[in-house]
Design a protein around this ligand. Structure first.
Ligand SMILES: Cc1cc2nc3c(=O)[nH]c(=O)nc-3n(C[C@H](O)[C@H](O)[C@H](O)COP(=O)(O)O)c2cc1C
Length: 236
């Protein structure tokens, strides 16, 4: 008889789970596969001790990280502001890797994942990027500028890259970095393509200058009640 009940954790979903004799070893095997497949770390629990025989039992699973408090959720999003001034301090590669993983956790139409990213740290290239238009000047001062690209052959590339950009910005803010989304229009994209050798089939959504902040902006929700409609659109 085994029981994996972990104290003090809330159930969030239920799974019908098949197991085979002998239960104690075999149950653990497949459940650890579920963990791997879920990638974010699920683990299983049972309400009742499991009998070692062939059959089904109900597993209750929950996210290992547990849920955030409502205030933490809001803080996570509101901490992101457009930061345009940076310290002269390099961003570690491990942090840049984490930003890339965060960006690529975004949803995408048909799960096409049409994005590609160029992390620009070369001083001359950043200087050239900073002149693509008047409001991307911060690329010059930032220790890195991340260029967000999407395969134009994919019908949702702009939406997908926008989702990835927002993920990146949220991750950056919550890692103590400052960044700003600098939009790139198609005519400006030509210049970016030329500077970085990007092929024509790749669209350029934006450039994100990023670094440790040299300015402090207050968290801000911008919440407005009149922007929210319940059930039907209501005119003001
Ligand atoms: C599509 C898009 C394009 C933007 N382009 C620029 C830009 O070129 N330069 C810039 O400094 N900020 C740019 N921003 C940032 C906005 O100015 C900023 O998000 C807005 O003023 C709200 O401030 P906050 O981000 O601090 O909440 C852009 C934002 C978005 C979503």
């Amino acid at each position: 008889m085994i029981s994996w009940k972990k104290p003090g954790l809330q159930w969030s979903r239920t799974l019908l789970y098949y197991y085979k004799n002998p239960a104690p070893l075999n149950i653990r095997g497949p459940i650890s596969q579920i963990q791997e497949r879920a990638e974010v770390g699920l683990f299983a629990d049972t309400d009742k001790p499991v009998q070692p025989s062939v059959g089904f039992f109900i597993c209750k699973v929950h996210w290992r990280g547990e849920t955030m408090e409502p205030k933490e959720v809001l803080d996570f999003f509101c901490r992101r502001r457009s930061v345009r001034r940076y310290l002269k301090k390099a961003i570690p590669d491990t942090t840049l890797d984490l930003l890339m993983k965060s960006a690529m956790a975004a949803p995408s139409g048909n799960n096409a994942q049409p994005w590609a990213f160029i992390i620009v740290r070369d001083v001359k290239l950043k200087e050239e990027l900073s002149r693509v238009h008047a409001w991307v000047y911060m690329a010059n001062e930032a220790p890195a500028a991340i260029v967000m690209l999407g395969d134009k052959g994919s019908q949702w590339w702009q939406e997908d890259c926008a989702a990835a950009t927002q993920n990146l910005l949220l991750a950056a803010a919550n890692l103590g970095l400052g960044a700003v989304w600098c939009g790139i229009k198609e005519d400006q994209a030509k210049a970016v393509r030329k500077i970085l050798g990007i092929p024509p089939e790749m669209g350029v959504l934006c450039i994100v200058p990023i670094g440790y902040p040299a300015e402090s902006l207050s968290p801000n929700t911008k919440f407005r009640k009149d922007k929210v409609h319940w059930d039907r659109f209501t005119k003001p």
